[in-house]
Design a protein around this ligand. Structure first.
Ligand code: PRT
Ligand code: ZN
Length: 210
């Protein structure tokens, strides 16, 4: 039987905690150096190191059987995957924020305004639910600078401490979603005995950390 594959972030905010979680489950492997795939020496599992944006679709399409990724990325890609376990790290919220001197006071004030974001799908859903028509400007990074450059009237981005908003003269305006890292699988794999064994180990690591 072929080894199962789990996709985790190659580098970035979720890499270290994803690796730590798997190591705490007793799995023996090397963290990402240059090889995008590594074999666990004492468990029938291979680890794929990917950009987080690619993980939901890799799991949906069965290229990886399991994945660890932020809920925000799953929502943005709209991949069809199963949530196996909330992992309690990588917590953040996704908020609309406006310049502190903005005249945007209530949601309806966003009508006709430009909102910069790297999460256009999640934002569009929220605007539609609230019957708002705004101009979504897709920016892949440093979204917080866009109002100061007069590229947008508001932003929609990830907030954790709020420090980045403050240092760019922005204030939170609307909470759209909260997120944490999630263990996902493709539909129907959770009855696999290797997945069950890994799930049990993960759950006991999480319980021990409570
Ligand atoms: O290279 P790759 O594509 O894999 O990584 P990435 O650059 O897209 O993502 P990365 O590593 O920055 O974040 C991975 C995941 O961590 C995100 O998808 C979220 O699920 C989660 N996460 C948790 C965060 C934050 N906290 C966070 N603070 N992701 C990003 N941020 C950014 C935020 O956008 C802001 O610009 O950090 C900045 C600082 O936030 P404050 O509020 O603490 O100042
Ligand atoms: Zn990414």
């Amino acid at each position: 039987m072929k080894n199962l594959k789990i996709a985790i972030q190659k580098s970035g905010r979720l890499n270290e905690k994803s690796v730590q979680l798997l190591k705490n489950c007793g799995l023996n492997f090397e963290n990402y150096k240059s090889s995008l795939i590594t074999t666990v020496s004492n468990f029938p599992l291979e680890i794929l190191f990917l950009r987080d944006d690619d993980i939901p679709e890799y799991v949906q399409d069965g290229i990886a059987d399991l994945g660890i990724v932020g809920e925000n990325v799953i929502a943005e890609t709209e991949a069809e995957v199963r949530y196996l376990q909330r992992l309690g790290f990588g917590r953040c919220s996704l908020k609309i924020a406006v310049p502190s001197r903005s005249d945007i006071r209530e949601l309806s004030d966003l009508n006709g305004k430009a909102i910069a974001t790297s999460y256009p799908t999640i934002l569009q859903k929220f605007l539609t639910e609230n019957k708002i028509t705004a101009d979504i400007r897709m920016i892949s990074g440093s979204v917080e600078i866009s109002p100061a450059l007069e590229l947008s009237h508001a932003i929609f981005d990830i907030v954790s401490t709020g420090g980045t908003l403050r240092s760019n003269g922005l204030v939170p305006f609307a909470d759209v979603m909260t997120s944490e890292a999630i263990l996902i699988s493709k539909n129907g794999i959770d009855s696999n005995p290797v997945v069950r064994e890994l799930m049990q180990r993960i759950q006991s690591v999480l319980r021990a950390a409570e």
